[in-house]
Design a protein around this ligand. Structure first.
Ligand code: GTP
Ligand code: MG
Length: 192
């Protein structure tokens, strides 16, 4: 995919703020601080379009980005930020959940996990839900640059086992490892 234009459209806190047209959407989900925004920026080859932060839990709304004037990336709030107040946790969860359940424009959900760790309880729940609802999804293990080849191989096997799949894509926002594979998966879903 040649990225010719990227544009931040809006942060949506409520359903009424979701874009109204029928353009296809790719959603990015995963635990807080796992690297969702970095993945978006590295795929698009732009710095700072999606806000990244070393403070977890920064992305609270659904953030919509228009790519090549044709389709959208949606950066969903991260789950599992332990220090967030309970009411906020409930709100973020509800916003992401209703988006995933209802959104007709959604053609692919990209579930991002940390290649250094086994999937959390919430990762397992999200995965089961996506499978159960038969939502097209892709699992990406990011931050692979932080591991040796040996550790990485071992961890990917463990993640695949935990999620009962043999399709975990290895990624790094720092080295761009896996970038072409992710784009191929996205392009396939945009065509079908
Ligand atoms: P929230 O929006 O807060 O849920 O976080 P997020 O999932 O969007 O994570 P974000 O992209 O902001 O990244 C969190 C931290 O991890 C930042 O300090 C990034 O620089 C770092 N990071 C993200 N991806 C990678 C990667 O592939 N390799 C390395 N080494 N660091 C990464
Ligand atoms: Mg983010």
């Amino acid at each position: 995919m040649q990225v010719t234009s990227t544009e931040f459209i809006k942060s949506a806190f409520a359903e009424i703020d979701w874009p109204g047209d029928s353009k296809s959407e790719i959603a990015f989900l995963g635990r807080s601080n796992v690297g969702k925004s970095s993945l978006i920026n590295s795929l698009l080859g732009v710095r700072g379009l999606a806000r990244t932060s070393s403070t977890p839990g920064r992305t609270r709304a659904l953030n919509f980005y228009l790519i090549n004037g044709k389709f959208r990336f949606v950066d969903l709030p991260g789950y599992g930020y332990a220090r967030a107040p309970k009411t906020m946790k409930a709100e973020w969860g509800a916003a992401a959940e209703s988006y995933l359940a209802k959104r007709e424009q959604l053609v692919l959900s990209i579930h991002i996990v940390d290649s250094r760790h086994g999937p959390s309880k919430q990762d397992l729940q999200l995965h089961e839900w996506l499978e159960h609802k038969q939502k097209p999804h892709l699992i990406i293990a990011t931050k692979s640059d932080k591991l040796s080849n040996n550790e990485l191989r071992k961890n990917i096997v463990a993640i695949e086992r935990a999620l009962n799949t043999d399709h975990v894509l290895v990624y790094s926002a720092n080295t761009m490892r896996g970038r072409n594979e992710v784009w191929s998966a996205i392009e396939k879903c945009l065509k079908s």
